[in-house]
Design a protein around this ligand. Sequence first.
Ligand SMILES: Nc1nc2c(ncn2[C@@H]2O[C@H](COP(=O)(O)OP(=O)(O)OP(=O)(O)O)[C@@H](O)[C@H]2O)c(=O)[nH]1
Ligand SMILES: [Mg+2]
Length: 328
Amino acid sequence: MNKCVCVGCGAILQCENKEQIGYIPKEKLNSDTLCERCFRLIHYNDFKMVDLQTENVVEVVNEKGHYAFFLVDLLNINEEIMCTFHSIHLPKTLIISKIDYIPKYIKKEKIKVWLQEEYGVKEEILFLSASKNVNVSAIFNTLEKEKKKSAYLLGFTNSGKSTLVNRLVEEASVTVSLVPNTTVDYMKIPLNDDYFLIDSPGFQYENPIYQKREVSFLKRINPKSFLKPITYQLKKGTSLILEDVLRIENISPKCNVTLYISNLLMIKKVYDKNEDLKNLPVVEYALKKNEDIVIKGLGFMNIKSDCKVKIYIENPKWIEIRKSLIET
Ligand SMILES: Nc1nc2c(ncn2[C@@H]2O[C@H](COP(=O)(O)OP(=O)(O)OP(=O)(O)O)[C@@H](O)[C@H]2O)c(=O)[nH]1
Ligand SMILES: [Mg+2]
């Protein structure tokens, strides 16, 4: 007997365990339906986090795939994501998604060169916004140009894969949300009689910054609209505190930083008498003008002048330093 699959997230439907992926009450089970999690997410905005193992996605895709579109949004470009991109050994395109919130002064051509130089990207790079329907047709055009009938949509959780599917295929109603692991299994989506895409479960960070945090935090990570980067001038001894995640303290004569993170996240500037977050592990960095401090999963801070800082953070692996894509 064929197993029924949730049309929203791809989970195999089951009526036995309410806590497991794909649960649906027996009386509601039929072949064209949503699991309880997707139903509640769509109709009641009730977010339920699930545990999902996605380690073998790379293996599956490398073995079975012919082509891949790998999505990443500009705030989430970092080593871990780009290593995963490079581990896909199929012909592929890198897609910078959600470009609707990128400030216009960040030029696409510059981002391309930076991706090539900083992360060794040799493949085609496309920019699109599924929400605002910008350049979405490039997916189909690429398949035609590459003479591929199918492709996997890959990317870390929340990169916008399912939103893109819904935009490309009118009849598709794949569940989309800002909680991690919305899509839990592969979903074959026909584009027309000849071509199809495979939506896939998003990759996870090894230690996600959002783990163990409230759904309200997840809601604030994703910019709702146009990103407004804010510049702070930090005198010696002054710190910026980002939610309860990180404290950056300037220990040099001056330090100017511009934050490229969701404007919904809470930031406060404090002086040396304030002790908030000083109990967290601390790492010292000597930074050069035009480097970025990447906060993996949230965005990045662009350094405007040479400086020395201390960063207090629960897990120092959430921080990376790189050459910035922003010119000063
Ligand atoms: N601003 C903006 N937001 C987007 C865009 N595409 C997706 N989003 C938002 O990003 C969040 C995640 O979107 P999904 O399509 O569920 O992401 P996904 O990659 O399928 O996530 P998983 O299924 O968990 O792997 C949702 O809140 C979407 O509304 C876009 O083009 N622009
Ligand atoms: Mg999805």
